[in-house]
Design a protein around this ligand. Sequence first.
Ligand code: ZN
Ligand code: ZN
Length: 255
Amino acid sequence: MLVDSHAHLEMPDFERDLEQVIQRANESGVGYIFTVGTEEKDWKRALEIADSHPSIYAILGVHPHNTKEIGDQTYPTLRELCRNVKVRAYGEIGLDFFRNLSPRNIQLKRFREQIGLAKELGLPIVVHDREAHRETLEILKLEGAGKLGGVIHCFSGDYEMAKACMEMGFCISIPGSITFKNAEGFREIVKRIPLESLLIETDAPFITPEPFRGKRNEPGYVRYTAQKVAEVKKISFEKVAEVTTENALRVYRLK
Ligand SMILES: [Zn+2]
Ligand SMILES: [Zn+2]
């Protein structure tokens, strides 16, 4: 069995054919999908999808892109929605200094606040870090986020960063970009990360792995990422599937 530890099924990209997408994921051996609602308009939809599918769980929070929209009602609403037992983590939260869709100072402030909210809710966190490795590590340490545990999703740092995150107690989630032809450097890093700390994800509809690069991504394609991890680590596909599934169920506290 495989787990897609991070997808966005509530996004409009899946409006038209969500049930077929889920069906295809099941046929590809994906036993669980964690769908991440990144802004207020998506939270209820993510929960609806999770509530109506036994194999789907939700993760809710405010994405760094959307932190400039946080208002008085945002955290009270999240507090309420996160009581649902299908919400297994808080996120994705963090820093995106690549696109800078919210000002950096606001991203930094809201990242720290949301780690605080996750503590209050007793949920592990899902961290988004793009071109902000140093600042992300600094805040995780300052806030003692290791106590919560969770996932550095769509990992893009170097091995030193992976090591620092693992030492704090985080898992590292590998997206479909590991299959890209020009990702030799990334594959070298993944080779060094112990399987016991790895999760795999699609981040669907984004980051579509080869051989479908350029098309919409979907959770069933997580098997191409698993295959590549197996190849890079010179172990069997079955072993990757088994251990990354165990890891995901442990991080999201489903066992
Ligand atoms: Zn992300
Ligand atoms: Zn995401």
